[in-house]
Design a protein around this ligand. Structure first.
Ligand SMILES: Cc1cc2nc3c(=O)[nH]c(=O)nc-3n(C[C@H](O)[C@H](O)[C@H](O)COP(=O)(O)O)c2cc1C
Length: 194
């Protein structure tokens, strides 16, 4: 896991108080093979069930959250295969939930960010928050250390702070909170009109 993720986590820990509980989850920890279920995710659980332990665990983990912050790299101008595979594993766990996308990379991962947003919005029917955060590595020595060792250098951190990336991360998280608050109010009204 690249240390860009650590930087985002450190910001989340110091954010102003809100009603959110944010827990880290690493896709890599689930060791998901290329999608290997005999059933389409869209049919689970209404028609069929997942058969593999890895799918069941991933499904349960994702279903347990009300919203998400993806922190993703970009590979070759696109969404990394591992991220795409993990998203594609599931269908009915995602809809209606808010999601923020934070991408990092040589160019900040703009294309990966947009591709993930498209999948999550158009297919998974999620609410992608308006603030899209791009974290480009600083040019110079930082770039190779970041790409080869996953380390984020001082120059990069200074650039991110100087360019308001910290505030963007906090804004994206706040937007997730706003979507959840609105959903809670709507649920409340619906409950009262039953
Ligand atoms: C094969 C490969 C392709 C890459 N392509 C891009 C790219 O298109 N755009 C970008 O911003 N960064 C690109 N990078 C840089 C990665 O986003 C960067 O190395 C990142 O730190 C990798 O994160 P990870 O270790 O979490 O996978 C690429 C890196 C690799 C190894």
């Amino acid at each position: 896991m690249a240390l860009s993720v650590n930087w985002v986590q450190s910001i989340l820990k110091t954010r102003p108080s809100d009603n959110l509980t944010i827990s880290p989850l690493s896709i890599a920890d689930f060791n998901l093979p290329v999608y290997d279920e005999p059933v389409m995710p869209a049919l689970v659980p209404a028609v069929k069930q997942f058969t593999h332990e890895h799918s069941k665990k991933w499904s349960a983990a994702i279903a347990s959250f009300a919203g998400y912050i993806f922190v993703i790299p970009e590979y070759n101008y696109g969404l990394a295969g591992g991220t795409k595979n993990a998203v594609d594993y599931l269908k009915n766990e995602w809809p209606g939930k808010p999601v923020a996308i934070i991408s990092y990379g040589v160019h900040g991962g703009n294309k990966a960010n947009e591709q993930l947003a498209q999948s999550l919005e158009a297919v998974m029917q999620m609410k992608v928050v308006p603030t899209k955060v791009l974290l480009p590595f600083a040019a110079g020595p930082d770039l190779m250390t970041a790409v080869n060792e996953g380390k984020v250098g001082e120059a990069t951190l200074e650039e991110w702070e100087g360019k308001g990336k910290r505030e963007e991360v906090l804004k994206a998280v706040k937007e997730i909170g706003e979507v959840l608050e609105l959903q809670a109010k709507v649920d409340d009204v619906l409950e009262k009109t039953k």
